[in-house]
Every structure is written in C-alpha cells, then in structure tokens.
Ligand binder design. Structure first.
Ligand code: HEC
Ligand code: HEC
Ligand SMILES: [Cu+2]
Length: 503
C-alpha cells in the first residue's frame, strides 16, 4: 500500500501553488504550516467543485425541465433505480472522504505527539503576561527558540484560562490553570514572530503578547546564557535599576503599569517615587521606600484612588514567607526611582548589597563555556559537593524535569512559578500550610513528589498533578531518585540526609 508519507509531499506541492492561494492563512514558518495549508486548500477546492457541480446541475435542470404550457404537462414515470449510478456517486465521495480523514488524522497525530528528543520549554501564563523557563535555568519574557529543532512546551496558568497562540508557527493550545498542557513545534526559519493570547481573559487580554525569536542554535545558546543570570551581563555587574527593569519585564508589571505617564490597569510609574499618592481611603501618602515596598508586597492594603484591586500578590516572588531576599524588590524600587523627578533619599532603597558581586567572576568563567558543547548542559548547577557517581543521575533528573513537565511550574533559578523554585530547596526549611516547618530532606522530597496535596507548601495552591503512575513503585525508583539528585544539585545545603541513598 502506498504510504501517506510518500503521497502527501506531492499533494502538498500541488496545493501550495500560489494560484491556488492560501486564503488568509499565515505563511507558516513551522513544519506544520504546509500540512495545514494543504488540508485547508484540499477541503476548499473539493467543496468548491461539488458546490458548483450540484448547484449548477440543479439550476440547469430546473431551467431545462421547467413547466411549459402544452409541453409534457404530465410527468414521466421516473426511473426508480440505476445501480451503476448509485454505486458511482457513493464510491467517489467515499474515497474523497477517506483521503480527507486519513490525511487529517495523520497530521493531527503528528501535531499531538512530540517526537522524542524535543527541547523542552516551560510556559507560565497569567494576567497578562507570559513567562518562559528553559532547562538551563533561565527565565525570559521573550520566547527564544532554536531553529530546526523540535520544541515541546509544557504550559500552565496561574489564574484563568489563556490561549498559547503563535499564528506564524501554526500552533495554538489552551493553557489551563491546575493542568499541564503540551504542544510542540519545529520552526524551519529564523525570525521574529508574535505570540498572543487566544482566550478572552480580562481587560488586558489584547495586550497579552510576547515576542518570539527563532534563532540559530549558537545565538540561542548565547541568549539563554545571558538570561540565566539577571544580575550580570557578560561578566559585568549590572546597575541595580537595570536589573529592576528586567524584573519588571519578567514579572509582567509592565502589562499594567506604564513608564511614560499613560494610565493603564494600574497607575503609571512615571514620577511615582517620592510623589504624593491619593488613596481610596481619602488619605494622601508619600511614595517613599516603605510605601513602595508595601504596595508591591501587599497589594490592596492601601488602595490608590481610582483603581481597582486587581494587582496580583507578589509576596512569594520576592522571597516568600522567609522574607529573606528582598534584593529583587530593591532592584525594582531602584528602577521605579529612576523614572521619577521626585526621587529622593527617602524613596530609594538603602545602599544595596549587590547580589551580582559574588557571582560575577564565576559567571564569566561559565559563559566562556567551552564545555557547554551540547545544548542544555551548561546549567548553573555543578555543585562540587555531590559525589561524582551521582552526576549521571543529576543529568537524568535534569532531563526528566524538562520532559515530564515539572518545568511548567518549578523554576531552578530562584524565580517563583506556580510552584516553589527548586533552587536552594534541598536542606532548607519549608513552611507548610498546616503551620509546621520541616527540613526538605530526601524523605520529605520523595513524599512531596509522590503524594502532592497531602502536605502543601505555604503560599501555594495544591495544584501539583499526581505522578504516581510514572514515579511510584520499585521500577521507578531510579527516575524518582534522579529527580531528587537534580534538586540536590541545585542547593548549597545538600547533604547526606537530602541525597537519595546510594548502594
Ligand atoms: C494586573 C495588573 C497589575 C500588575 C501585573 C501589577 N500591578 Fe501594581 N498595581 C495595579 C493596580 C490596579 C494598582 C493600584 C491599586 C492598588 O493600589 O492596589 C497597583 C499599584 C501598584 C503600586 C503603587 C502605585 C501608586 O501609584 O501608588 C506599585 C508600586 C506597584 N503596583 C508595583 C507593581 C510591581 C512592582 C509589579 C510587578 C512585580 C506590579 N505592580 C504588577 C495593577 C497591577
Ligand atoms: C501544574 C504545576 C506543577 C507541576 C507540573 C509540578 N509541580 Fe511540583 N508543585 C507544584 C505546586 C503548586 C507545589 C506547592 C504546593 C504543594 O506543596 O502542593 C509543588 C511542590 C513540589 C515540591 C515541594 C517543594 C517544596 O518547596 O517543598 C516538590 C519537591 C515538587 N513539587 C516536585 C515536582 C516534580 C518532581 C514535578 C515533575 C515530575 C513537579 N513537581 C511538577 C506545582 C507543580
Ligand atoms: Cu490571556
């Protein structure tokens, strides 16, 4: 039997002819494009042909055999059966339908099933922003993709239904809170495209856009290396306000706050720091450092007059319950200060202890990276304390992190996602919703992965899916342990009690 694979390129060629047109379908830059275009055209021309044939004949016969006085006023008895005719007009459409079905089904399955060896990217959507997480630990607000490489997206939403749609790459999929949705694509050209939300998700919906950059592989790796550490660039420590601007982009603040004076869903940041803010309570507050901190950590506590209470709670993103690291918050507030002519000592953060300092030299040696030959292996993990024998397990764990979709909800660089970051998780205390604080040792990590929802980390929703079929039982111990090895490799407090047993 002739395989569809041999058959379809030929048809695709015929229907891709410019004379047959593309009828408004975008000129696709992925491997799906020609297939969708072909199916569309095939359907279209078959429909045109039969519409013309059937309505044409109907019109023709109703004219030819119309009622005329004196001409055959009484109808002839009609032929009641003609087997060859009946068979012909059943078989021909049946064959056409079967071709449509076979091709449609094949292409659908191609689009549903990611090939093995995909590059994995996590996608997190919320009102009104997209955030992308890469296996190397970088998170970005522009989607970077390697060209000619199948890429699988594991996606979830922090709040409501959104739609992941890149028209130029012919992919679209709903992004649903509490579930991980996947879609894959292989871009065949480099270029800049747009990602847009395809689901009406509130008043900022039309602004829920992201840039998509499909890059040659070396350039792609360079971009990720740059994005992996927000505090330094090419080994140089960045000024805090520059980091603050990056964070504002990454966290989606700019979806609601303008920096040019325009009113958005939230008040503009232009000339905010140091100014007098009218509150809904009727009071006036001065936007000093303490005020700005409060406004970001506890939105809604003091409402600005004329705005509604829709700012997401960023409390966990800036250090969480422990309140340890507010350096990101300070960076943001530095940035907000650079936008204001009223900025003063009172509105600026206290002189910063720059988090880039300790890392700058390390990152330089990494980013010159001769070792990072394979894409995705240059991770900022390499914890020297792990036993050498565990390193292959770490590598497997890292792959599973991406391929099993943990990447949709957990970052490995300290950035908050829908779930807690895995950076500095092993060995650190974790606060639970039941009020207890426990050390994240091996047993705890195992428990949290195998029985999601039984114990819940404070500040998070219990939405982690169950992986028991993929990770429980003796035959899966290796997989589970590899994941836990990987989590260990990301912590500076890894120890014998947090590592999987070796034997
Ligand atoms: C979904 C829209 C939205 C997003 C996203 C958002 N905000 Fe807001 N923000 C608001 C609204 C609305 C207000 C005013 C109402 C209030 O005070 O809560 C506000 C108020 C503020 C204020 C006080 C402004 C003033 O004029 O006093 C600051 C500072 C602020 N946001 C910072 C941030 C930062 C930093 C981020 C990102 C980490 C962020 N916002 C993300 C909607 C948003
Ligand atoms: C749909 C989002 C989602 C996915 C996918 C997901 N998780 Fe989670 N995970 C969460 C959330 C939310 C929490 C915190 C709430 C809780 O404890 O249930 C969490 C908690 C955890 C914790 C405990 C973290 C801590 O701070 O104590 C571990 C460990 C963990 N997940 C591992 C995994 C692994 C391994 C995978 C992939 C096999 C995975 N998760 C996939 C959402 C997710
Ligand atoms: Cu949306």
């Amino acid at each position: 039997m002739m395989s569809i694979d041999a058959f379809s390129p030929m048809l695709t060629q015929v229907f891709a002819h410019p004379l047959l047109g593309s009828y408004g379908l975008p000129n696709s830059d992925s491997t799906f494009g020609p297939k969708i275009q072909f199916l569309w055209n095939f359907w279209f021309w078959v429909s045109v042909f039969f519409t013309v044939l059937i309505t044409g004949l109907a019109v023709f016969f109703s004219i030819k055999y119309r009622f005329r006085k004196g001409v055959r006023e009484v109808a002839d008895p009609s032929a009641d059966h003609n087997t060859p005719l009946e068979i012909t007009w059943s078989i021909i459409p049946l064959i056409i339908m079967m071709v449509m079905f076979a091709l449609g089904f094949k292409y659908y399955m191609d689009m549903e099933q990611p090939p093995s060896g995909c590059y994995n990217i996590g996608v997190l959507a919320w009102k009104w922003h997209w955030q992308f997480t890469y296996p190397d630990g970088a998170t970005t607000s522009t989607l970077y993709m390697p060209v000619d490489t199948p890429v699988k997206f594991s996606m979830t939403s922090k709040d409501v239904l959104h739609g992941f749609w890149i028209p130029d790459l012919s992919i679209q999929r709903d992004v649903i809170p509490g579930r991980t949705m996947t879609v894959w694509v292989k871009a065949i050209h480099t270029g800049h495209f747009k990602l847009q939300c395809a689901e009406y998700c509130g008043d900022g919906h039309s602004e829920m856009l992201a840039n998509v950059e499909v890059l040659p592989i070396p350039e792609f790796k360079k971009k990720l290396a740059q994005a992996a550490d927000i505090w330094v660039h090419n080994g140089k420590i960045l000024p805090l306000h520059v980091v603050g601007k990056k964070i504002a982009e990454l966290e989606g603040c700019l979806g609601c706050h303008s920096v040019n004076g325009a009113r958005g869903t939230g008040p503009t940041w232009k000339n905010l720091a140091g100014s007098h803010v009218k509150l809904a309570s009727g009071h006036t507050a001065t936007a000093d450092y303490a005020y700005l901190r409060q406004a970001i950590l506890y939105p809604g506590r003091k409402m600005v007059a004329g705005f509604s209470n829709v700012m997401p709670n960023y409390y966990t993103d800036f250090g969480g319950a422990a309140h340890k690291k507010h350096r990101k918050l300070d960076a943001l507030i530095w940035y907000i200060n650079t936008l204001s002519k009223h900025a003063s000592k009172a509105s600026r953060p206290p002189v910063p202890d720059h988090p880039g300092k300790s890392k700058a030299s390390k990152t330089t040696s990494n980013s010159s990276g001769k070792k990072s030959a394979k894409m995705g292996t240059s991770a900022a993990m390499a914890n020297k304390k792990l036993p050498a024998a565990a390193l292959p397990m770490v590598a497997v764990g890292k792959k599973l992190y991406a391929s099993m979709g943990c990447i949709a909800c957990h970052t490995v660089n300290g950035q908050a996602g829908v779930g807690p970051t895995w950076k500095n998780l092993a060995g650190y205390p974790v606060k639970l919703t039941n009020g207890k604080t426990v050390a994240a040792d091996y047993k705890f990590l195992r428990f949290m992965i195998l029985y999601p929802g039984k114990k819940v980390v404070a500040g998070f929703q219990p939405i982690m899916p169950s992986y028991s079929s993929a990770l429980a039982g003796t035959k899966n111990v290796k997989k589970l342990d590899s994941l836990i090895w990987y989590i260990n490799s990301l912590s500076d407090k890894a120890s014998a009690s947090t590592e999987p047993p070796t034997k």
